[in-house]
Design a protein around this ligand. Structure first.
Ligand code: KE4
Length: 426
């Protein structure tokens, strides 16, 4: 690990913590972050030339596998015609139309450059459209580093034990209300108390930033009903679940129609993209049509549009998600059986191409409180042992894992065999 260690040392001189995003820092698992240098298909290679089977996939975007030829071709072809114009291009229409076709709740959509920008836009839109101030979010859910949403947040904020954040004035979060995921009563109580000032509920329909927690039956439908009852906007943050859990996202999988949807990751195919879309009457409040301002120098960037379009073409292939879900389930069922054979208390969850691993002797957690009861120390040991075996999982017990179309049955069997060895030694 000489080269990676040396790079980490150098990085800390110029970059806080040596990383450009905290969850990469390995603070959740201990040790030094690994500097990567290349990736192809299901594999990623670090600066020392070690190759790993990759279950992070850049935190979701690489659903077709790393360096997919069709995506690389699309990007390199477009790049020769110019990198950015700061002016509208045809490709923005093509990607927007494709997303609207695949997610019918989205009648209009605005491209931005990250998931954070997408959720920031969505809550500003909801507040501008309803002329209300309060937003309901859920403890353990993460919607990017938007000031108003960095309250009891998941992902890196949770991993680092700073679910809030310094630098966010009380005035900014006084209108952020926090409920419990999968607990409709906690939402009902907030609506009963503040109903006429609640602009929106924002939810990850599958909570992928407190590990991977599925919505219990009736939860999402209950949110829909409460928003209708109180004339609040229902925002599905599908930055992670969009085109990850199925072709139409979680909203199709669970048959719930949100008013606004935020997207990212897969729709950029690895390039910086986010998007906020939904009901036309809400979206038309956005400048230049309406009074809700939002902007971005590189929004709709030609390369990002090309990568996103090429990726969406790939995920539209027949049986794409059937095969992806089968591969993911082969992994999670194999890990669970290997653990059970060795008497290790492990639960797994799989939905589409994402999964969760919980070291617990209970069932798969359905609440943030249950997730926090899981054995983080056990996860840390698993993470490092698997790394030694050549498998790269998310460096945090509070993150979901990701499988791509490039993962083969052999990759999965190798991973399960490695885990069996690790559990045997546990
Ligand atoms: P970005 O600003 O990181 O593109 O997206 C923020 C975001 C919004 N909503 C959801 C549901 C998300 O999962 C994310 C970002 N996800 C994390 C991984 N859990 C990104 C990894 C990181 O922070 O480095």
């Amino acid at each position: 690990m000489q080269a990676s260690t040396e790079l980490y040392h150098q990085a800390q001189r110029y970059i806080p913590g040596g990383v450009n995003s905290p969850v990469r820092a390995f603070r959740g698992v201990g040790g030094e972050p690994i500097f990567m240098q290349s990736a192809a298909g299901s594999r990623i290679t670090d600066a020392d030339g070690h190759e790993y089977i990759d279950y992070v996939g850049s935190w979701g975007p690489m659903i077709a596998g790393h360096s997919h030829p069709a995506v690389l071709k699309a990007v390199t072809t477009v790049a020769t015609k110019g990198l950015s114009f700061g002016a509208p291009i045809a490709a923005e229409i093509v990607l927007a139309a494709k997303i609207c076709q695949l997610m019918p709740s989205i009648e209009q959509i605005r491209m931005v450059n990250s998931g954070t920008e997408a959720t920031m836009t969505a809550i500003r839109l909801a507040r501008g459209f309803t002329q209300r101030n309060k937003i309901i979010k859920f403890a353990g859910c993460y919607h990017g580093h938007v000031d108003a949403l960095l309250v009891e947040a998941g992902s890196g904020a949770l991993t680092l034990g700073i679910p809030g954040s310094a630098g966010v004035p009380e005035a900014v979060v006084k209108d952020t209300l926090v409920a419990d995921f999968n607990d409709l009563n906690s939402v009902q109580a907030l609506f009963a108390a503040y109903g006429d000032d609640i602009a929106a509920v924002i939810v990850e329909p599958v909570a992928g930033n407190m590990n991977c927690v599925l919505p219990v039956a009736g939860f999402l439908a209950g949110l829909r009903q409460l928003c209708d009852q109180y004339n609040a906007i229902l925002i599905f943050d599908e930055v992670m679940t969009g085109f990850r859990v199925g072709l139409g996202g979680a909203q199709a999988l669970y048959n719930i129609k949100p008013d606004l949807t935020t997207l990212g990751k897969v729709i950029g195919g690895g390039l910086p993209v986010g998007a906020c879309g939904g009901r036309a009457d809400i979206m038309q409040c956005l400048a230049p049509l309406g009074s809700v301002y939002q902007a971005g120098t590189l929004s709709g960037n030609p390369l990002a549009m090309a990568a996103g379009l090429a990726t969406l073409e790939l995920v539209c292939a027949p049986q794409f998600y059937t095969r992806l879900a089968a591969t993911t389930q082969l992994l999670t069922q194999g890990l669970q059986e290997a653990a059970q054979n060795m008497g290790v208390a492990l639960q797994t969850v799989a939905v589409g191409g994402m999964f969760g691993i919980f070291f617990t002797d209970g069932g798969a957690p359905q609440t943030f409180a249950a997730v926090k009861q899981c054995d983080v120390a056990r996860f840390r040991a698993f993470f490092h042992a698997m790394l030694q075996q050549g498998m790269y999982f998310a460096p945090s017990a509070f993150e979901a894992g990701f499988v791509s179309a490039a993962h083969t049955e052999s990759d999965i069997q190798q991973t399960i065999a490695a885990a069996a060895t690790v559990f045997k030694q546990a």
